[in-house]
Design a protein around this ligand. Structure first.
Ligand SMILES: N[C@@H](CCC(=O)N[C@@H](CS)C(=O)NCC(=O)O)C(=O)O
Length: 384
């Protein structure tokens, strides 16, 4: 499935690229070539700088990596060793730059005298750009990739939560009482160019996951600034339209249909365990955290019998329904089961039978994954 998604993703990019960049193909030999694609929020910061400085194609021409054989082609890897966009080729010197921040700063300094400087006298601009690259870029795949890991996160919920938290940290850095429309006031900065494209992604994608965490994903301060720029600045608006066009094409091509929490959700009926989790039905809880609950089985099959369950079932009606998205949760449940099996105060300590029944014929009665931890007596093998 992942490979199929990957192929769909790659072919969507190629289609979009070809449609978007055909003009660039006919260009006269430019001083610089920016390798980028319309959906790239990293490259978009360079495109904003190019738009604001009104650089002609003879200065910076924009091409897709597809023109060099694709992201993984030998030729493109010579330009961009990580096989990512954006990358900037400086034809005079033969130098190739990668990383959006490096390319953006090169454009800013090379075209210092043309259009806005992007460097207002306010260090907050650089700090926001740096925070963005360190704490948002590194987990941004949670907004579009099919499966984890998303940076250092193994579930989409956790990565999205962190993404939102970091947006609030950045919003707190916004200088107070500026006249706008830019972060530092009337002068556009690198922070505007860096953050804006990520907010295009976040504001378009988050509603697809919105049943998870409510509607405060993006802080009001950032939404207000973002919408203000779309309404008032043509250069930003152009990049917004490019990115939205690409994102909408992804939608049309069904990119999200098989992505867990975007197109695929848990629609199975609730079970008794949901009532135990909500406290509606009492249970003897022996261990609990924000992700799992362990409680004594009300129909014990051994002197010590505890069930360990995920709090958010998330499609885990039974073990055979598990996806890669759930590997962290499964590990957490197994570790907890092991801790319980060693807990003498619960009647364990001398061996335990740790069982998952998968499906009716295996004895599963409640369709919310649960691990049985049984102890306090001898067990036979094979099990009945
Ligand atoms: N840290 C890099 C990130 C670049 C990046 O992740 N680019 C994405 C597009 S937004 C990409 O090229 N993805 C293709 C891939 O990873 O294969 C930067 O700021 O330029």
């Amino acid at each position: 499935m992942k490979t199929v998604l990957g192929l769909i993703f790659a072919s969507c990019l190629l289609l979009l690229n070809d449609a978007f960049y055909c003009d660039a193909l006919s260009s006269v030999s430019p001083k610089h070539t920016l390798y980028d694609i319309p959906v790239s929020n990293n490259g978009a910061r360079c495109r904003i700088i190019i738009n604001k400085k009104q650089l002609e194609e003879s200065e910076v021409s924009i091409l897709s990596p597809a023109q060099l054989g694709g992201f993984r082609s030998e030729e493109y890897l010579k330009v961009s060793p990580q096989g990512k966009v954006p990358a900037l080729q400086i034809h005079d010197s033969g130098l190739c730059l990668a990383e959006s921040d490096t390319c953006a700063r090169y454009l800013i300094s090379t075209y210092e005298g043309i259009g806005p400087s992007f460097q207002p006298n306010n260090p907050i601009s650089n700090q926001i750009a740096r925070f963005h690259d360190l704490y948002l870029t590194t987990i941004q795949t949670c907004l579009y990739r099919a499966a984890p890991p998303f940076g250092s996160f193994h579930t989409r919920q956790d990565a999205l939560k962190e993404y939102s938290k970091q947006l609030y940290v950045i919003a707190d850095l916004f200088p107070e009482q500026t006249s706008g429309p830019y972060i530092c006031g009337s002068e556009v900065s690198l922070a505007d160019a860096t953050l804006f494209p990520s907010v295009v992604f976040a504001s378009y994608m988050y509603p697809k996951f919105a049943h998870l965490e409510g509607s405060d994903f993006i802080p009001d301060k950032i939404t207000k600034w973002f919408q203000g720029l779309i309404a008032s600045d043509e250069a930003f608006r152009k990049v917004y339209d490019e990115m939205m066009g690409a994102l909408q094409k992804w939608d049309e091509n069904g990119r999200w249909d098989s992505i867990w929490l975007a197109g695929v959700r848990d629609k199975e009926p609730e079970t008794l365990f949901d009532k135990i989790i909500s406290g509606e039905i009492p249970a003897t809880i022996v261990k609990e955290d924000d992700k799992m609950m362990a409680f004594k089985d009300i129909n014990p099959a051994a002197p010590a019998h505890v069930l360990v369950i995920p709090k958010d079932r998330n499609g885990l009606t039974r073990l055979s329904k598990a996806t890669k998205e759930q590997s962290e949760m499964l590990g957490h449940l197994m570790l907890t089961a092991g801790e319980i099996a060693a807990d003498e105060s619960l009647g364990f300590g001398n061996g335990a039978r740790i069982v998952v029944n998968d499906g009716k014929s295996a004895g599963q009665e409640v369709f919310h994954l649960h691990i049985h931890v049984l102890g306090g007596r001898e067990f036979t093998w094979p099990p009945g």
